[in-house]
Design a protein around this ligand. Structure first.
Ligand code: FAD
Length: 267
């Protein structure tokens, strides 16, 4: 019997495997794709957000803040890129400036160092910003990473410590036993004391396998980006956000650690 089965090899599952592999326990990670980080963790904006955006009193706010503080050390340990480029949330009118003031208050309350600067100061930092930008929230600690490299390095380290990785194995059923669970995939039946559900967009389906019905439902959203050539790297130096809305963070301009520029996502 395993101690822990982790379902899903995205950035969350692989980092949990990495953390568990420090302890004396038997861990198996099961992934349905042919490699780790082949889903959402492979293709996103790759930003370590400072943590002022999530709403107050949410788990996301607490985890974002804590995660952002852990990332520099984590990336050093895993020997993967971590580039602190800073960010600007830009406002073009009074209503958006009021939203920036709210973000600033939230950042102050959470101990995140930010400053409100005017349009000219913003253009001094980021010369291609529109003349229409009248104010910006500058945050020095925003960073960019290579998410799939984090997952691969975490998994490789965990495997070096004895964690087992099963690829091309989609979990189809989970049965409750007296002292744990039996996790069933195409070719495997594994008994385990504990299951950790890291199945990303499919986490509700995994939950339903145990509980009959998940207590949450995931409504997935997909985004697309333009990836600009490295010749454009001078155009965008910081992570540039519009003022966030109820629908999300909006379309960003983001430098990548490899020297490209991402424009997106749409939704
Ligand atoms: C457009 C976009 C931009 C984003 N930008 C950022 C950003 O800049 N910064 C940030 O922090 N976050 C960002 N995110 C969010 C971030 O990408 C996700 O929160 C993160 O990748 C989720 O990781 P995960 O490990 O939970 O899920 P995933 O990466 O989806 O991993 C889940 C894994 O579970 C596997 N799986 C599913 N079902 C089964 C099954 N039945 N059996 C076996 N395996 C299974 C999947 O194949 C997958 O590999 C963005 C997301 C999107 C969509």
């Amino acid at each position: 019997m395993e101690d822990i089965v982790i379902i899903g090899g995205g950035v969350i599952g692989t980092l949990i495997a990495y953390a568990c592999s420090r302890y004396n326990c038997n861990v198996t990670l099961i992934e349905k794709e042919n490699d780790v980080a082949n889903s959402t963790s492979m293709a996103n904006s790759a930003i370590i957000h400072a943590g002022y955006d999530p709403r107050d009193n949410t788990l996301k706010a607490a985890m974002n803040l804590r995660g952002a503080l852990l990332y520099p050390t984590l990336c050093r340990e895993l020997k993967v890129d971590y580039k602190q480029v800073g960010s600007l949330v830009v406002a073009m009118n009074d209503e958006q400036c009021a939203a920036l003031a709210e973000l600033k208050a939230r950042a102050d309350q959470r101990g995140i160092v930010v400053s409100l600067i005017d349009g000219d100061e913003a253009r001094a930092l980021e010369s291609h910003l529109s003349k229409r930008v009248v104010q910006a929230l500058f945050c020095e600690s925003t960073a960019i990473v290579t998410p799939w490299k984090i997952a691969i390095a975490a998994m490789e380290t965990a495997m070096g410590n004895g964690t087992r990785l099963l690829l091309n194995e989609e979990v189809k059923a989970i049965t409750k036993l007296a002292d744990g669970y039996e996790v069933e995939s195409a070719t495997q039946k594994i008994k385990t004391r504990m299951v950790i559900n890291c199945a990303g967009l499919y986490a509700d389906r995994i939950s339903a396998m145990v509980n009959g019905q998940a207590h949450f439902k995931i409504n997935p959203k997909k985004g697309e980006y333009f990836v600009l050539s490295k010749r454009c790297h001078e155009l965008v130096k910081h992570v540039l956000y519009p003022v966030p809305t109820a629908k999300g963070k909006g379309v960003l301009a983001v430098p990548t650690v490899h020297g490209n520029v991402l424009l997106g996502p749409n939704a």
